[in-house]
Design a protein around this ligand. Sequence first.
Ligand SMILES: [Zn+2]
Length: 455
Amino acid sequence: MATHIKFGRLFTGLKTQADKDQTVVVDGDKFVYVGPTASAPKTQPGDKSIDNTRYFGVPGMVDVHVHLTYGNAMCEEDIDLYAPIEFRALRGLINAQRLLAAGYTSMADPGGSNRVPLSIRNAINAGLFPGPRISCSGPYITSRQGLTDWYPTWFGAPKTSIGHLVTSMDEAIEEIRTQVKDGVDYLKIAMDGIQRGPDGDLLAAFNQDEISRMTEEAHRLGKRVITHARGRESTLCSARAGVDLIFHASWMDDECLEAIVKNKCAISPTLTLINHAITFLQPSDPGYGKERYALAMREWGPACENLPKAHKAGVPFMTGTDSGFSGTPYGEWHAKEMEIFVKFLGFTSGEALRSGTSVSAGFLNGGDKLGAFEKGRLADFIVFDGDPLAEIAQLLDKKRIKEVWQGGAPIEIKLPAMKRKGVSDFSYKMWNDMYTQKRVGELTTERRVRNIAAE
Ligand SMILES: [Zn+2]
């Protein structure tokens, strides 16, 4: 018993244009035919037919940068301390479902506390709950100078932290082997360290020899590596080590690009979070004047200048949003990254949508079976009312998403309304308000959202 679905237009995810009058045939959880309606196989007795000719078919989208344990965090302590691990798992599960409802049928969680992302992944894979297909790491591996070791040495990185502090290469290798034994899909390494002087570059948290050794060990065990690397030095060391995916790369230079191309690294700029810090943050937000707004402003210009060079050089770009912060709540802004690719990084909308589907799927476990309409791939897709190639930002509009299919069937998810105070707002010192689409809509009406002029 197969299901024959006709689409007016279909974006397969494998090229940058859409095709007219296409039919997909789904049998079980897979596509068995994708192609012109005129040459589609005939329906057999018992087959079902669906007429979506007024809709646009989009493959299930992929966000490679979602932190399920953060809980729409408003500060570092919110990420690490206030909620117990068990609560983070329950909260993370619902938040994963918000992605699925927004048309994101797959995602990567690169760094979270303890084994929470892994448990959410396993619970969904076991069929206990609906949710996106998840590939995940354990906690970030970090050094004394690295991102996620935020607190003074007399606290260190607590057990509930999103980071695992290593103080020697032996400890780093041991942590990699432990995470691999526990079943992570890849390793996440915090490569950005402290800043050299007030306006200086970021030092790398691990030196070249260290990141190369960690990458080599992860690869030897059959696992890929992601680094968080905004700075030039951390990007260069990551690229020379041959990591698989570099997050941010904002301050990359020609030397970095050469190593990225040579070692076939992919980049996920993850500009959504800093874009929101610039455009949404209000002067009333505690973090506005200090870290968040100023840091974002400092990074935005170099990122928009440097990253298009990597795109032109043919480096694969993957779409990530850093969802899980209060500036990037779950289920709200995942498609924003594709809009940023188009507005600021020189992508066509077809290139951006290919990045957000088949290219990003390439990083996931079993990714060659995801992210595209193709015979043999898993039937994950969106029935979309509109034309994302005319305007990529349409994908942010959840009303246009008529159906989300996963594994050959439409999914149905009822999302509860969140009681915000009970979810993440436990700290005294916050960065900013929670910027959901609804809240940003209100601010837009009040003309309180800033514009970044497209370069
Ligand atoms: Zn992140």
